[in-house]
Design a protein around this ligand. Structure first.
Ligand SMILES: C[S@@+](CC[C@H](N)C(=O)[O-])C[C@H]1O[C@@H](n2cnc3c(N)ncnc32)[C@H](O)[C@@H]1O
Length: 214
């Protein structure tokens, strides 16, 4: 993703009603933060935010958390949020590597990975959000039977991810190599990257994985 330097990015984020400056303060307390016991769905690498803001607007009975490490990208997400915010959305500017600092075990009911950077070079494999390191971090915040939904245009990255999910003990419950020509497209909310690749005719891959502790 190309990034422009936006000098007042942090100020702009802090003015958004849904922006959480110190998310570590809510570890284990997210239901109190949202003032309900609704499920919590987390998107990692939200980018410009079409996906998570659309879901938050359409599903008030679910709490959504958008996690993105670049403030300059997050500014585009918060522009999609109305001035008084959404009651069921929290936005955080952090790195997914630190997920355990922000969530207790079982606090996240669903995790979305949408068009994560594929990092094609082998020496960068550790940065992939479906690398063993990240798949093990996710286990520490997901509840029993909670799912991860992963979409990508990149077939090589998808094949790698399928193997890693299996290697790390996840069960794949659904999988398609062509989302738009499968029954998994029902209710699909596209991301900015997805719209671009779909318009170019690139098939979109999607899987749903569940981690069950025995
Ligand atoms: C290729 S973009 C996709 C954005 C969006 N999900 C979409 O589909 O349009 C990947 C995004 O993930 C973010 N990202 C990558 N690694 C991350 C990490 N470790 N923690 C948080 N965000 C990350 C990047 O900053 C970038 O905005």
């Amino acid at each position: 993703m190309r990034l422009r330097n936006v000098p007042d990015a942090q100020d702009r984020l802090e003015r958004c009603a849904n922006f959480i400056q110190s998310p570590e303060e809510y570890k284990g307390e997210w239901n109190n933060f949202f003032s309900n016991n609704n499920p919590i769905y987390l998107e990692i690498g939200s980018g410009k935010g079409n996906f998570i803001t659309t879901l938050a607007r359409n599903n008030p009975q679910i709490n959504y958390i958008a996690l993105e490490r670049y403030p300059t990208v997050l500014i585009k997400l918060i522009r999609k949020v109305p001035e008084d915010g959404y009651k069921n959305l929290a936005v955080m500017n952090v790195d997914a590597e630190k997920l355990e600092e922000f969530f207790e075990v079982g606090e996240v009911d669903k995790l979305y990975l949408n068009f994560s950077d594929p990092w094609p070079k082998k020496r960068h494999a550790k940065r992939r959000l479906t690398s063993p390191n990240f798949l093990n971090i996710y286990k520490k915040v997901l509840g029993p039977g909670s799912s991860i939904e992963f979409k990508t245009d990149n077939r090589e990255f998808f094949d790698y991810s399928v193997e890693e999910f299996k290697n790390q003990g996840y069960t794949l419950t659904k999988l398609t190599y062509d989302l738009y020509n499968s029954d998994m497209v029902e209710g699909n909310v596209p991301t900015e990257y997805e719209e671009k690749f779909h318009a170019l005719g690139t098939p979109i891959n999607k899987l749903i994985a569940i981690y069950k502790t025995s």
